[in-house]
Design a protein around this ligand. Structure first.
Ligand SMILES: [Zn+2]
Length: 148
């Protein structure tokens, strides 16, 4: 089964499967044809979904490497939520639980959390550890788009 994300239709409540390459696009509900706005919340991913989205997204991907026991990560979480809402349609925001996904943490040599990475066209363009504000995260995500 191919990795995919899900989006619930606000009109009829039906859950729609969204292919990884379309997470930042406006879609149409398969049941009632109502528009499905682009993803505006952080998406929890495992390695398969991470690779699928980072490898196929046509917009920058901001990744929050975090863990449940990490206090600064919990403080950063509302900022990440805010950034995802602002970035809807312009960038995708992913959350990687580094305890559940130690292979991803090892691949990107995550030594401290939270760490925020930005990917563009499948490539890592920035990685910065430490707590960050929403405005800062947005600037980093969109800055990479301008540079690419
Ligand atoms: Zn619907």
């Amino acid at each position: 089964m191919a990795a995919s994300t899900h989006r619930t239709c606000s009109a009829c409540g039906r859950t729609n499967r969204i292919p990884p390459s379309h997470v930042a696009d406006r879609g149409t509900c398969g049941a009632c044809k109502a528009p499905l706005p682009p993803s505006s919340r952080p998406i929890d991913v495992d390695a398969a979904l991470f690779d699928a989205i980072v490898g196929s997204a046509r917009v920058p991907v901001l990744v929050d490497f975090w863990a449940t026991w990490c206090g600064p990560c919990r403080m950063a979480a509302p900022e990440v939520e805010r950034a995802a809402a602002e970035l809807a349609g312009k960038a995708v925001v992913l959350k990687v639980d580094t305890d559940q996904n130690q292979d991803l943490a090892a691949r990107y040599q995550i030594r401290s959390i939270p760490s925020f990475a930005v990917f563009s066209n499948g490539k890592l363009v920035s990685m910065q550890p430490g707590m960050a504000r929403a405005s800062d995260l947005i600037r980093r995500a969109l800055g990479s788009a301008n540079a690419a």
